[in-house]
Design a protein around this ligand. Structure first.
Ligand code: GCB
Ligand code: CA
Length: 897
């Protein structure tokens, strides 16, 4: 053996030695995410040892097979059975170890096979689970691990229906865990096997109880010593305790150490999330070696929800403000590495939030680890959403999930609420069959009571909560406002329907009718597409400005009412919901940050309101390319600009000129700014305690001429959304689409027609909210002018490209009713045979154009025409109806020469 090889050999021995269980004392946990094979269709015998999987796809976990099909333009996504396989090598030095496979999350049924043999099954996509594989594995050889994953709808497994994509796959980490034959029990709902409570916490003293489940898998009775130590953040052990016990062979024993007393504990809070570490060890009395060790966070806090004054932490009033969170990301589905979960909680903390509703399901373990560390108070929830199934199997699965959730997340000081049943009476079935309907409601009440009982038994130290939608009487009469300790309301007044102040009235109704019930606004939000803007914002226009109005109103209402213990914005980030139309199809865009975590304006509003330190942020920062029309009296355009601040007074400068000082009202001050063509530098300034704060934003303003023949502002291009008040920023094409205007002589604009509005049961929307095929710029096509006669441009002579953009918005294409639209369903318009002719400067360019027939409805169509203007008469595009009303969705006019 030459020297080099010998050194390598030594390293190898050392490395394996470190991984070898027989010689070392405690457990090991290592990820086995790498080098998996994936088969996207169900095959019989996918577990067989001899199966040739060489043609399967190589993948790495986290993985979901819906990453692409749930976000493309075809309806739905595949919910099916798939297989994962991997070979696992375990050296014979580990032959004495007990080996477990630990899965943090597989959606939604997982069947685990090792070397062709079935090991077990887990149901439910959002809780972790493990299986011991020791009896099935061989050493010093390859073991075949095969996982069958079934993501099909299953009437007995919640969630049955919800407004998010049910991504299928092994989408969280997988670990190999190896223990000694005497160890903390991992088979108790895949928990730590150690449960810490702090029954008494006060400023001068706190007591800690530690209950552990210890399993002796050996064939002999064993004397062990349990040792407990509590270590502070400096690494100082501040107290230790120990206890000797005998444990029978094959026994799992509960060992309790109560009344570990800590003097003057440092308290845990959002402001100062002080964490101690609780170390529990199992020591072999004979050898003195450590058999197993548990290291857990420990935080001291006490808390109370009251019905009249809200929430108290460590004796002090604390308004809980934060968000909800889903677990997906732009083009990655739900298969995210830990770091991306961590990043989200940091983002939440940076905003100044102190509260997170982990809805609608338990999430990656890193989420609660971060909440502990950063001081975010958490509510965790099992995914019973919208409806239930009246079967024993469904009930059993709900109760099992509740136990998993509690046992797995028990030791996080950040958790103070266990929740269940989101909006379960959204659409109670059997409305036409009274008897069946009543029976269903009764079943819901009974199920709620059963879950409530399980939670209170498993963990009497925390609160329980049911989040309902805004149908007060429905939930009240089903007792869902009485069974839990806190009532959650998901409220969308001023979004799905009604007016913004309906929110205030609803909360006040709660106070009057349920004066003894603590309340949290578990959801509120409005869809915002960051590329859309409007100075006439309205419900369902998806603009940043409507979102801002909504949040300003809600935040103010929440802050004013002490009895409202807390509120969770729906949602921290935009998330995928495969069946949604929207300004961004397949996405619910109620996030205060985008799918890519781009900050929206509303994030800045909360950041301002929730910080004690000075915050100064120019609003609409994500709007980089603005546009507008020059005024009659000069080459500029006036548009409002907001600045968010918690300072009293702010001064705003535009291109170096002061626009004046303004008092800040409800965290905001506004100015009308004269934007000029090209770069515009905005600078906001405030002074607090003698310190000057500044914020800057550079805006690229595209000023469209009012009079295209004007010398000072030559015509270059214009992009118009017909029938719309919205602006759409197209960063890819580097252009801005601006709202239409009516034609005047010497200028440009439409003649005749009316803006399209989508009729709903109780009103109308300013634009369609359906997916337009063949474009990812749906908002350009979701509005239109109907029945127009012409569009005219009094442009100078030259050569132009004119693009006309269409999508037929009226069709009989079926769209399923979206459960959460709550009665504000779209009313189908009658489909007419729309046929029209178009002439440009008298020349026919389209004859008998029937968009629906020629291209299909709900599809983006762009036609370009090259035009030469030489007679000084500009461009006149005329529409002539043959049948029905002519339409135009958008128009772009570009001067070539
Ligand atoms: C709700 C649901 C949530 C939806 C949200 C919405 O009430 O609980 O799952 O995503 O409304 O945006 O409609
Ligand atoms: Ca993880």
């Amino acid at each position: 053996m030459n020297k080099q090889i010998f050194t390598l050999f030594l390293i190898y021995i050392l490395f394996c030695g470190a991984n070898t269980l027989a010689q070392y004392s405690s457990r090991t946990k290592q990820s086995i995410n790498e080098d998996w094979k994936f088969c996207g269709t169900h095959i019989e015998g996918g577990e067989a040892i001899e199966l040739n999987d060489s043609t399967w796809t190589n993948i790495t976990i986290p993985h979901t097979w819906n990453k692409l099909d749930a976000i493309d333009e075809t309806k739905g996504y595949s919910r099916k059975v798939c297989w994962y396989r991997k070979t696992l090598f375990i050296p014979k030095e580990n032959a004495k170890a007990h080996s477990y496979l630990l899965f943090e999350g597989v959606n939604q049924i997982a069947d685990i096979y090792v070397n062709g043999q079935w090991v077990g099954q887990h149901k439910g996509g959002y809780t972790q689970f493990n299986f011991e594989i020791t009896p099935y594995i061989g050493y010093d050889r390859k073991n075949i691990i095969a996982i069958k994953v079934d993501n099909r709808h299953n009437k007995d497994i919640p969630p049955l229906s919800a407004d998010f994509t049910f991504w299928g796959g092994i989408y969280r980490d997988v670990f190999l865990v190896q223990t000694n034959d005497l160890h903390f029990n991992n088979s108790n709902y895949a928990s730590d096997g150690v449960f810490i409570t702090t029954p008494k916490v006060a400023k001068d003293k706190a007591s800690v109880n530690i209950r552990s489940l210890v399993t002796n898998q050996s064939a002999t009775k064993r004397p062990i010593k349990m040792t407990y130590s509590i270590v502070d953040q400096q690494g100082q052990t501040i107290i230790t305790a120990n206890k000797q016990v005998n444990i029978e062979k094959k026994e799992t024993k509960e060992i309790v150490m109560n009344h570990i007393e800590i003097k003057s504990p440092k308290l845990w809070s959002p402001q100062s999330p002080y964490l101690y570490t609780a170390i529990t060890q199992i020591i072999d009395v004979k050898t003195g070696s450590t058999l197993d060790e548990s290291v857990l966070p420990l935080g001291f806090r006490w808390f109370e929800f009251t019905a009249d004054k809200g929430f108290f932490l460590n004796g002090q009033h604390l308004k809980l403000i934060g968000t909800n969170r889903h677990q997906d990301y732009l083009r990655m589905g739900n298969a995210l590495p830990d770091e991306m979960h961590i990043r989200d909680i940091k983002l939440l903390k940076k905003m100044g939030a102190n509260f997170l509703r982990i809805a609608h399901y338990p999430q990656d373990p890193t989420i609660l680890e971060m909440c502990d560390k950063l001081g975010i108070i958490a509510s965790v929830e099992i995914p019973i959403i919208d409806k239930i199934t009246e079967t024993q199997a469904f009930t059993d699965n709900c109760l099992y999930m509740a136990r998993e959730m509690i046992n797995q997340n028990f030791n996080h000081p950040s958790v103070i609420i266990w929740a269940y049943m989101n909006e379960v009476l959204l659409r109670p079935p059997f409305k036409k069959d009274k008897e069946k309907h009543v029976k269903y409601l009764h079943h819901v009440t009974q199920l709620a009571q059963k879950i409530e009982d399980v939670i209170r038994t498993e963990d009497p130290s925390r609160y329980t909560m049911i989040p309902n939608h805004g149908a007060f009487d429905t939930y009240n009469s089903a007792k869902l406002t009485q069974i839990p300790m806190i009532v959650g309301w998901n409220l969308y007044q001023g979004w799905y329907g009604g007016q913004l102040d309906g929110f205030d009235k609803y909360l006040d109704r709660h106070k009057n009718e349920l004066p003894n019930k603590p309340v949290i606004v578990t959801e509120y939000g409005a869809d915002v597409h960051t590329r859309l803007h409007s100075f006439h914002p309205e419900r369902f226009d998806y603009t940043v400005e409507y979102g801002n109005m909504y949040h300003e109103h809600y935040l103010n209402t929440i802050l004013k009412r002490d009895f409202v213990a807390g509120a969770n914005i729906w949602n921290l980030a935009d998330f995928y919901s495969a069946f949604r139309g929207n300004a961004r199809p397949a996405v619910n865009c109620k996030g205060i940050v985008g799918l890519d975590r781009e900050l929206k304006d509303s994030y800045l509003l909360y950041k301002t309101a929730l910080h004690a330190e000075t915050v100064l942020e120019i609003g609409q920062k994500e709007w980089k390319i603005r546009g507008g029309i020059a005024r009659e009296d000069g080459d500029y355009c006036i548009q409002p600009v907001n600045v968010y601040s918690n300072s009293k007074e702010v001064e705003l400068f535009a291109n170096g000129k002061s626009m004046g000082k303004r008092k800040v009202n409800a965290y905001k001050a506004s100015w009308d700014i004269p934007f000029v063509n090209g770069d515009n530098l905005l600078e906001a300034v405030c002074i607090e305690n003698g310190i000057k704060y500044r914020d800057r934003n550079m805006i690229d303003f595209r000023l469209a001429p009012l009079k295209p023949k004007s010398r000072s502002l030559p015509f270059t291009e214009i992009n118009i959304l017909l029938g719309s008040k919205r602006y759409f920023e197209d960063r890819l094409l580097d252009i801005i689409w601006i709202p239409e205007k009516e034609y005047q002589k010497g200028s440009w604009g439409y003649i005749g027609g009316t803006p399209y509005r989508k009729k709903t049961k109780y009103g109308s929307f300013p634009c369609a909210d359906i997916n337009i095929k063949d474009t990812d710029k749906d908002p350009i096509f979701q509005s239109q002018r109907v029945g127009l006669d012409a569009v005219k441009f009094d442009v100078p002579n030259g050569k132009y490209t004119l693009s006309l953009l269409w999508a037929e918005l009226v069709s009989d294409i079926y769209h399923e009713k979206l459960a959460y639209n709550l009665g504000h369903e779209i009313i189908k318009e009658e489909v007419t045979n729309r046929i029209f002719n178009i002439t440009i400067n008298g020349e026919t360019v389209e004859n008998n154009l029937n968009i629906a027939e020629k291209y299909g409805a709900e599809r983006a169509i762009t036609k370009k025409y090259e035009i030469t203007v030489s007679d000084g008469k500009g461009i006149n595009i005329e529409f002539e109806a043959v049948s029905g009303n002519p339409i135009l969705n958008a128009l772009r006019l570009y001067k070539i020469q």
